[in-house]
Structure formats: C-alpha cells, structure tokens
Design a protein around this ligand. Structure first.
Ligand code: SF4
Length: 406
C-alpha cells in the first residue's frame, strides 16, 4: 500500500479539492499519512493570492522533497497556474498539474506507477469531476458549487489562475450533498470563487440555497466567503431557515468609496453598510466577518479613516487583514502611489486591533445564548471543542471519551 500525504494552502475551495482527492486515493487503496511523515507521494495544493502565499507554497514543496528525495512530488493549485514556467524548471517537482486538471491527479499518479508517460497536459480539463469526499481533513464537508470569476478586481490574481466564472450543475451539487449527509457529516459549507454569482440555467444562488435547505437530513448549511454582489434582498430572508447558519464572511476590502472604485469592486461602501445593517436588523446576533486590504495604491489617511470607521461601526467579529501585495499581471501593479511597507504595517496593526476588540465584544454578547456545537476535537482533558452555528468557538465541559467523536 503506497503512502500519500497532502498539504493544502489557501481557501476552502482548495480544501474541498484536496478532501475529494484524498478520498479517491483512499478508495484506491493508498494510505493517507501526515505530511510530516515519509510518504511515497506528496500532493501540494498551492495558493498564490499574496506574495506570502507563494513563499509558503515554495517552502512546502521543498519540505516534501526533503522528506523523501525519491518520493513523487505533485504540485497543483493556483501557484501552479501563476508560476508555471519557473515551477516546471524545479527539480523538486515530478508533476505540475494546473487547476483545471487537478481532478485528474489520481489518474496521473496511477499512470506513473504503471510506468506510463503521464503528461498532465494530456488529461482532460474538468473543474467539477470530484467524488464526494468521505475521507476528509475537516469536520465539515466543503462542497464546491462554482469556480473562476469575471469581476477582475484590480488587485486580484484569481481570475488569471482560476479562469472565468463557471457554475457546477445543480443536480450534481444536490447529489454530492446527499452523499456527504449519508456519510454522516453534520455541516456542509458551500465554496467556490465568487459563489454569489452562481447560475445554472434558471437557478441562481438563492434558489440553489433554498433547494439545499429543503433536503431531508440532520445537517446545517454554512456559506463560506462571499462577495457582496450578485444576490438579491431574498438572500437575507433565507437566514430565517433553522438549517442556514447565521454567519457570513462578506468581503468589504475597503471602506473608502474612491478606493473601492480603484479596486473595481462591484458595490459602494454605502451599499455594503446597508447589507450589514439589514442582516443585523433581521438577526441581532448575526455573525459578520470580513476581509480588508490596507495600503492599496493611493490610499490616503482619509481613505484609511473611512475603512477604520466601518471596521469599528459594523463590528465584524473577525477581520482578515491583508497588506496590499503587488500581484504581477494585475492592473493595480501598474498604479502610481504604491505605499511603503512601513505604512502598510501601521495600518494593518490598527485594523487587527479593532478585529480583536470586536471579537471579544461579540463573544461577550453571545455568552449564555444557546449554541449547537459541532464537535471538532476532544482534548486529552476530555473537553470537547468546536464551533456553534454562529461560528464562535465553544466547548462542552462535560467529560467526553475521545472515541465519542467517531
Ligand atoms: S470578486 Fe473576488 S475572486 Fe473575483 S476578482 Fe474580485 S477579489 Fe478576485
């Protein structure tokens, strides 16, 4: 039985794809081992959203090669698309597989061990032909509903590495979700690149959500990161459904109207504020989290003050704070007024501090309120830990035996 190890960098979409690949290899009688263990095959599912992501991806590839100099190192993911030429030169990599052919990695590895020439470019491009994952690295089941993006925000490399927006057929999504519910998963997380823009024939994002919420079974549905555009007011009403978790990661990026225009975002700060306040007026304990980029080219002190004001006033319980990172091939790369790292660090520290304060305030607000906790792990102390439907960390002091999780 060959040993295979996986390492995933980046987003839940990558996590979904790795989980599905791991399940396929497990079905194929490969033994899944930890990435730190010596394995016959290493699959690195990379990310390229920032310079740091590239760096981490390169370090992970080197780590795999060091772990087994004779091992088979397969590299895929967004960095494989973004830095193809340089990675093809790398002696650390046996197979470089782009995102469109990632679902063929099992066949590529099987061909390799049959001694056949397995040129990844010879395999079909298919964004969605992944099997339902039962052998996963997560307690939740990620479900891919969409890939690619047509928005072309000026700072973003994703359309270049994930291609144009493509929606997965609704029937396939429903089948996939039924399968993972049958496997025993209690929480399903919808993922993609720009999921709010989902469209399969006449079925849009809201209608897809409704069809999932109407499925029988003891499960709850979570929407992962979403762009604040493409959905209607109906979307907000859906959160009244007991199966839809009252938490949304709604990407703001900036609170300044001029900067949002320069980023080519599809909404205004005013519209974003309306969405957040609407959710809170309908569901007072609704959990809103977000992404914010500080230090975008041309961001003045006044622009930053607008972002700081929205971060405080909209009380996001968590803010993923990114320092603007130049991505080669994006429009923002050619913009004037690139800011210094020093200024980016200062502004990033301010937003992170607000995020910490907001998180404490939100957790205080939720103390004493019932939460249905999805147990993720039981510590040696017997305490079960996990997350409630509002996506806040929770624990159950009743002593559990670790095997209770199985
Ligand atoms: S909507 Fe998101 S994925 Fe699409 S270009 Fe903008 S930031 Fe990138």
């Amino acid at each position: 039985m060959k040993k295979i190890a996986f390492r995933t960098l980046g987003c839940r979409l990558n996590q979904y794809e790795t989980d599905a690949l791991a399940s396929r290899f497990h079905t194929g009688s490969y033994q899944i081992v930890d990435f730190d263990e010596k394995a016959d095959i290493y699959v690195v599912n990379t990310c390229t959203v920032t310079n740091q992501s590239d760096q981490k991806s390169r370090q992970t590839i080197s780590q795999a090669r060091r772990a087994n100099e004779d091992g088979l190192v397969v590299v895929t993911g967004c960095m494989a698309n973004n830095h193809k030429e340089s990675l093809l030169e790398s002696k650390n990599i046996n197979y470089l597989v782009d995102n469109e052919r990632k679902s063929s990695i099992f066949s590529i590895v099987e061909s390799h061990f049959r001694g056949e020439a397995a040129d990844p470019e010879g395999f079909d491009k298919d964004l969605f032909s992944y099997e339902a994952a039962y052998k996963t690295f997560h307690t939740r089941s990620m479900i891919k509903i969409q890939d690619g993006c047509d928005n072309f925000c000026t700072f973003c490399i994703i359309p270049k590495v994930r291609g144009r927006a493509t929606s997965r057929p609704q029937a396939e999504i429903i089948r996939n979700i039924r399968e993972v519910i049958d496997y025993g998963f209690k929480e399903v997380v919808l993922t993609g690149v720009n999921i709010g823009r989902y469209q399969d024939g006449d079925t849009n994002f809201e209608q897809l959500i409704e069809s999932i919420l109407n499925l029988p079974g003891d499960f709850r549905l979570r929407i992962s990161s979403i762009e604040p555009d493409g959905f209607s007011e109906r979307f907000f009403e859906l959160f009244a459904h007991p199966k839809l978790t009252p938490h949304l990661h709604l990407c703001l990026q900036s609170g300044s109207e001029p900067i949002l225009l320069k980023m080519r975002r599809m909404y205004t700060a005013k519209q974003f504020r309306h969405m957040a306040e609407k959710l809170r007026s309908l569901y007072p304990d609704f959990n809103l989290t977000t992404d914010i980029i500080v230090g975008f080219p041309g961001e003045t002190e006044a622009d930053f003050m607008q972002t700081k004001k929205m971060a405080e006033e909209l009380a996001f319980s968590h803010i993923h704070t990114f320092k603007y990172s130049v991505r080669s091939g994006t429009r923002a790369e050619r913009m004037d007024d690139q800011l210094t790292e020093k200024l980016k660090n200062q502004r990033s520290a301010i937003i992170r501090k607000i995020s910490e304060e907001n998180k404490r305030a939100y957790i205080r607000q939720m103390i004493g309120k019932p939460q249905c906790m999805l147990i993720e792990r039981i510590g040696a102390d017997g305490i079960a830990r996990g997350y409630g439907e509002n996506y806040i960390p929770a624990f159950e002091s009743q002593r559990f035996k670790p095997e209770y999780l199985c």
